[in-house]
Design a protein around this ligand. Sequence first.
Ligand code: MLT
Length: 266
Amino acid sequence: MKTTVTDRTTAYDEVGQGFPLVLIHGFPLNRSIWKPQLDVLAKYAHVIAPDLRGFGESEMVGDPILMSTYADDIRELLDTLGINEPATIAGHSMGGYVALEYLNRYPAHVEGLILINTKMTPDTIQGKEGRDRNIALAKQKGASAIAEAMLPKMFSPKTYTSRPDLVAQLKAIMEQASVPALVAALGAMKERQDYTGVVLEFGPPTLILTGADDQLIPPSESEAIRLGSRNGTLVMIPDGGHVASMEQPELFNQEVIQYLPLLREE
Ligand code: MLT
């Protein structure tokens, strides 16, 4: 589905009914990563999975882009769709940064929080230097070079031998990203703020999910979120890497399905 939000095309999937659940993809991905989630989670929630600005089928407009740009885009999309009640915001990796920025800006619009293979702290100096190198790489050699550099770290080591189909699928998704979207997102990640305080202030149950074998954002970052949250539960998905939602969809979906009713018990 596509809609126009402030003169810009935004693509999204929308399935199910009931309490809203927003799924935000990571970098350099798009909403198609949530395919193993949509039909299952639709039985439990009103699921909205947007393509972030410039990714997938969402139009790229604006320069520079900040985490707040993506967060505002989500708010505007939900507003356009008439969803004004608080939602559960689930973000994967860079999508987790967007989720935390959304919580920072729109706390009254957040009922639940699911942080997936992500972290709450900002880039280190070395991390920022890495962003600059990747911006240069994207500009010189395009999305395929970014995909080539990142692909070996996206999955659990076991997945590369057991699921070549999945590896090829993710590679194709990564190669689809446009250079302006990559450059914008790398800049937004580089400039993102420290969300430690945002995590600490959130009172409702928070589900923290990670693949036990994440090679890109180590599970210790998810453990740090749990320690830094008031009401966080950490689940490590076995034989899952950075994109555990694709590698172990049944386990992943089960955790989300068990989490959603906890929000109503509070
Ligand atoms: C992601 O997977 O979304 C990004 O690689 C996260 C990051 O680079 O910080």
